[in-house]
Design a protein around this ligand. Sequence first.
Ligand SMILES: [Zn+2]
Length: 65
Amino acid sequence: MKRPVVTCPQCGKSVAWDNSNPFRPFCSERCKLIDLGQWATESYRIPDTGKDSEKQESDPSGSEK
Ligand SMILES: [Zn+2]
């Protein structure tokens, strides 16, 4: 019987889609964790609306009094 083969989304390695592989479609636990980690990072990324970019360097000495 021919086993289906998938490509690991993380490293591109050919992986046999088999019940013995709990990490499918990834080739290994490592690749799975890396992919999940990237996903978590993406969702955690807070959109920078440019609020900080308007921060101006006003005179630190305060000589204008
Ligand atoms: Zn992999």
